[in-house]
Design a protein. Structure first.
Length: 393
């Protein structure tokens, strides 16, 4: 979503380029930009010097509205039971009473979708959600609300089926003062990821500013009571001299060997950064700036069943890239899934072995009011990994 200091990206930035299609062979200019283009009507892409080949399906509409209908996340209750969370509020700081999110469910791996269900106010979640090992689900609000300088509350939803939620008020405790943001909210928000550790505790990613911070920092918080109460666990990344807003919108995944990998935004239009942890998230490597073509916002990660790490991201455009060795140290070129008016907030999940569902929004008027006859849409597209060559470390 728009950054906490009301950053706005105009539609002219999002729609300045024409349609982008995929190519099997990149020319010199494409290799330099890191983007793969192709003859029209081609939906097969070869990436990473032939190490990976993917097929992109036809896009389809999951849900649409004449109101706010954007910033989607994709949640997986089971391989075939999916849940798209949609932000149905303005992209701005707001009171608890103004929060509105929408859920849309599929029980056939994303091929058909039901009618949207609304969640409002204190009974609404944000981007952060997990299905735990015991099959129960936890859904957290995006915002936190200050109790005092080092403590804030959050919405916590618990569910047995991933559809109906009982809501309570949780608490987040920080090691130092967190500035007040707006409308009573704290300047620290839940980002996207919740991980369950071997002892049953939960780790959730957040970003924001402690008192005195010059840029955003990305942190982990830990819960030992099923997601109701959270305490600061570690700082994944902070750089007071980082570009733009600073290290924010973190997405965290556990790799095959048990290490944690996190990829983050620093600013709209700028390359993302990444960090690793080999001790369960207590300590993190220094941030690494990725290639210029990795711009720029709200990345999502999936470690696929064949060991490939997939990353969706965008702005401008909506893109997909792969770390063939599954470690996040080396990435293929990006494949552009959509190059039109969008917030470029994307999400991916593996719905069958080697098959990803990629979700993004389409906002014809950008952050402005829709014209008559226009709709804001949430779209999906299936991306299938067809083959992969062996890749060394």
């Amino acid at each position: 979503m728009k950054k906490l200091h009301n950053l706005r990206i105009g539609l002219s930035v999002l729609a300045c380029c024409g349609p982008v299609v995929f190519s099997v062979t990149a020319n010199a200019a494409e290799e330099k930009s890191g983007e793969i283009r192709a003859p029209e009507n081609s939906a097969e892409i070869t990436l990473g010097d032939g190490k990976i080949r993917v097929q992109v399906g036809e896009p389809f509409v999951i849900s649409k509205s004449t109101g706010h209908h954007w910033f989607p996340t994709l949640k997986q209750i089971s391989p075939q039971h999916l849940f798209v969370g949609i932000w149905a509020s303005a992209d701005a700081a707001m009171s608890e009473q103004g929060v509105h999110s929408v859920g849309v469910w599929s029980q056939d791996g994303g091929r058909t979708w039901g009618e949207p269900v609304s969640f409002r106010g204190k009974h609404a979640g944000g981007h952060s959600w997990i299905r735990r090992k015991d099959d129960t689900c936890v859904w957290l609000s995006y915002f936190t609300r200050r109790i005092d300088e080092t403590t804030a509350t959050c919405n916590v939803g618990h569910s047995q089926d991933g559809r109906t939620y009982s809501w309570s008020v949780g608490k987040v405790t920080f090691p130092q003062a967190v500035n007040e943001w707006k409308d009573g909210n704290a300047h620290m928000v839940f980002a996207r990821s919740i991980l369950e550790t071997s002892d049953g505790s939960l780790l959730a990613s957040m970003y924001g500013r402690f008192a005195g911070d010059k840029r955003y920092r990305s942190i982990l918080v830990r819960s030992t009571d099923g997601g109701v109460n959270w305490e600061y666990f570690s700082t994944m990344a902070y750089d007071p001299n980082a570009d733009g807003e600073g290290l924010c919108e973190p997405c965290v995944v556990q790799l095959a060997g048990g290490d944690l990998f996190c990829i983050m935004r620093v600013s709209s239009g700028k390359p993302m950064h990444s960090v690793h942890s080999s001790d369960g998230g207590k300590a993190w490597s220094a941030p690494v700036k990725l290639a210029p073509y990795t711009a720029s916002v709200f990345p999502d990660l999936v470690l696929t069943s064949n060991g490939v790490l997939a990353c969706s991201f965008g702005r401008p455009g909506c893109h997909l890239m792969f770390s063939v060795d599954g470690k996040g140290k080396h990435w293929t070129e990006r494949a552009t899934i959509f190059q039109g008016p969008s917030t470029s907030y994307t999400a991916i999940r593996e719905v069958a072995p080697g098959q990803l569902l990629y979700v993004h929004d389409v906002v014809p008027a950008g952050w402005s009011k829709l014209m008559p006859g226009q709709f804001n849409e949430i779209r999906g597209v299936f991306v299938t990994v067809l083959e992969q060559d062996d890749c060394g470390s």
